[in-house]
Write a protein that binds this ligand. Sequence first.
Ligand code: NAD
Length: 476
Amino acid sequence: MRRFQQYVNGNFEDGSVSFESLDPSSGQPWAQMPEAKSDDVNRAVKAASKAFDAPEWCNLTATQRGKLLLKLADLIEEHVQELAEIETRDTGKIIRETSAQISYVAEYYRYYAGLADKIEGAHLPIDKPDMEVWLRREPVGVVAAIVPWNSQLFLAAVKIGPALAAGCTIVVKASEEGPGPLLEFARLVHKAGFPAGVVNIITGFGSECGAVLTSHPSVAHVAFTGGPETARHIVRNSAENLASTSLELGGKSPFIVFEDADIESAVNAQIAGIFAATGQSCVAGSRLLISRKVKDRFLELLTNKAKTITIGSPLEMNTEVGPLCSSQQVEHIQALVDKSQEQGAKVLTGGRPIEKEGFYYPPTILDCSDVKDAAAIQNEFFGPVLSILTFDSEEEAIELANDTPFGLASGVFTQNLARAHRMIKRIKAGIVWVNTYRVVSPIAPFGGHGLSGHGREGGIEAALDYTKVKTVWLRT
Ligand code: NAD
């Protein structure tokens, strides 16, 4: 069985305790992971605190920090295949997606490498002739980064990149589900030449490792991606030290198709929008809001396509939908499907786990047209299940789109430009995609409102989250 190590203060360690990680395509253990206990977490935070003030790190210029990030990006690019295979084995995410996403992860580090020496302060034209006043942007301190199990390298990159560009040090807690790729990534951090303690990567369970890390008095900022319930624990934990938080949480994103849309292209976008990453994506377009005028045509095309999706081993290049990450995910999805059916939702395809070894669930479409408050409409599946509601007017589409406590992403499909603008203005979500879906870029901020969290990842906004302002007054 493969063994992974944690990375603390520049050293690779087995950890005092370990746990088995399952291969979701077989349900069998394939690797041993080091479980960080309180002692390990405290050592990692201590190393990050020491590194923050150590001359090897704090005396580097922003350009020098940028160069280290560029080196890291090059190393990631050289090791895409290796990292992708580990992520696929450990989480079940299909190899086509892990390879493509990890190549893109390198671009995020490059973006933040370039941004490092462009995080600027300001000079203030103060109304006193004998004073010079300016603002310095300084790194906030030690950052705790907590990531969920899907897309761990990507979700860590959008935290590590801006944090290091700003001059912070960081302790990353990989999810206990599928931590392999991040633990392996630590080897590239080491090779890139970051001073010891600047980046520490551990894994463990939320109740101990996560709780100790986020309540640690030396942590200045907690960057979290995960579910809203965990976010509440994290905010409570960090409140004791008044650490700042950025929260990237779940979603129940509306995918709105008007009668004037290019139907074929909207169907293709919907298929990718919900079934990519086997539905385990925070921005999954999981609520289809369809104009009654085109409903029948749209659903016929959609259901036919969903039925032909290739389900199989995540390591095969032609697989389009692989296993879910864990058996609990399968149970969670089935419970929501069953409840929705009891409430009156109709299954158009899928709806039962696939009977084979591993944690497989098929692409599923639920018509909830007559049951607006069905469990499938209200709750995040985080799996390959699309729920459908029908609307008769633009006003009703907006009402349905905003009828959710979440506010992460949204999609609008229409060829009417004025209507697109009206929708952009009125949809309550952090991202609006028009006639496209799930496009991301390091340059574009990403994040949500309401139960989807606050703070942004990507873009300059994210880097500023890792800085604090110092106002300097100098008598001349
Ligand atoms: P989760 O909230 O259960 O776990 C996320 C992380 O938090 C894990 O590392 C876990 O160990 C840790 N954790 C658990 N309890 C903790 C505690 N008390 N203190 C500190 N840390 C703790 O989420 P999950 O099930 O792994 O992931 C799925 C969720 O993540 C979904 O809701 C999904 O929408 C969300 N997500 C959001 C985004 C985004 O960018 N908005 C991206 C991906 C996933």
